[in-house]
Design a protein around this ligand. Structure first.
Ligand code: A2P
Length: 358
């Protein structure tokens, strides 16, 4: 018999993703019986609203999970590594938004529109992993195409917003942007020259979060560099695509941090085994779950981060045949990295979990 409600913990409740998890639980009327909000000791005493009531934030401890059914974790990989096993042992199913357990063969890695059936394996460890934000939106867009045309290779470049790094990164970009905007006097005749030379000066601006200034810059560097000179973010897209969609698909990625607030954009190029026209792909994606096609060049209509922010759908547009090969497509894919890329995907997993298994 189904329970009438579940005891749910949000770990990292005060962070950008944790906060959104609380919001999504409320918006989707998830059957929460009791909500437990956990963060570091620094946040003890804070309160956060849920369904019109203020809930206290408690310090995360090993003993925090007694009597809980589901734990949504988003407080960083080291916190998940240390505390998820305690939750799992206490019978609380962990849905982990960090990279820590993603490639563990005993932990399902799930995008509900792509491989919901993998959730069944949660019982082995009592942990389910939420994929990387960039992987999620790319696979939501590619799954319907893979089903009919079989994708052989993906070449993806990402344009990822600073919110993916956390609240500190948003602040850093804002402060740097303000300082630069104030430091440039555009009213003078030589404004252009001053800007050009000024940017060199601003290169030395204080940075705490990123290795270089992010305001008015693109950083081809997300997460740490690996021995093969790819970044870990790039390799996550390679590894996770294999685990979630199909290990036979070849993937190469370049991931770039850009000065946008919310929403990741991706240029996705695919080569398929079977020919699929741009028209067919548009029709297919227009009917697929979790996708909204925005693709009308005559009206300058295509996905933008401003359209994706706060939106549950992954936006897909600029759908074109790759004219350099026989069977290939180009797509522009944009999604809210905090929502579908993290909080929403986690809550959708929880919805399937309670519907089919708990
Ligand atoms: P806190 O606000 O108490 O530091 P973001 O990625 O947006 O920066 O958020 C990170 C989240 O992870 C916050 O909720 C933060 O809580 C939480 N967090 C960071 N360190 C710890 C820790 N040692 N124990 C529990 N939660 C932590």
């Amino acid at each position: 018999m189904k329970k009438d409600g579940y005891n749910v913990a949000v770990v990292g409740a005060t962070g950008a993703v944790g906060n959104m998890m609380i919001n999504v639980l409320e918006r989707r009327s998830f059957p929460v019986k009791n909500l437990v909000l956990l963060a570091s000791g620094r946040s003890s005493g804070r309160k956060l609203p849920f369904r019109g009531k203020d809930y206290p934030v408690d310090e995360l401890k090993e003993s925090s999970f007694e009597g809980l059914d589901i734990g949504l974790f988003s407080a960083g990989g080291s916190i998940s590594a240390k505390f998820a096993p305690f939750a799992a042992k206490a019978g609380c199913v962990v849905i982990d938004n960090t990279a820590h357990f993603r490639m563990d063969p005993e932990v399902p890695l799930v995008v509900p529109e792509v491989n919901p059936e993998h959730i069944a394996n949660y019982k082995v460890r009592n942990i389910i992993a939420n994929p990387n934000c960039s992987t999620i939106q790319m696979l939501v867009a590619l799954k319907p195409i893979h089903d009919v045309a079989k994708i052989k290779r993906i070449v993806v470049s990402t344009y990822q917003s600073v919110s993916g790094t956390g609240k500190d990164a948003i602040e850093e970009m804002l402060l740097q942007s303000r300082e630069i905007a104030r430091g440039i006097d555009w009213s003078k005749d030589d404004g252009l020259n001053k800007l050009w030379s000024g940017l060199k000066h601003f290169r030395k601006m204080d940075t705490n979060v990123y290795p270089h200034r992010i305001a008015f810059e693109c950083l081809p560097h997300i997460d740490v560099f690996m021995p093969n000179d790819y970044t870990k973010e790039e390799m996550k897209m390679v590894w996770e695509t294999g685990k979630i969609l199909d290990p036979n698909i070849k993937v190469t990625a370049t991931t770039v941090r850009v000065p946008t607030f919310f929403g990741h954009s991706e240029s996705v190029n695919i080569e398929t085994e079977k020919k699929i026209s741009a028209k067919e792909a548009k029709e297919l994606l227009g009917k697929a779950p979790g996708i909204k096609v925005l693709d009308d060049p005559s009206k300058n209509e295509y996905p933008l981060t401003a359209l994706a922010a706060g939106e549950d759908f992954t936006l897909v547009g600029r759908i074109r045949e790759d004219e350099s090969i026989d069977k290939g497509l180009n797509l522009w894919v944009v999604s809210d990295n905090i929502l579908k890329g993290a909080a929403l995907n986690a809550v959708q997993i929880a919805e399937i979990l309670i519907d089919r298994y708990l």
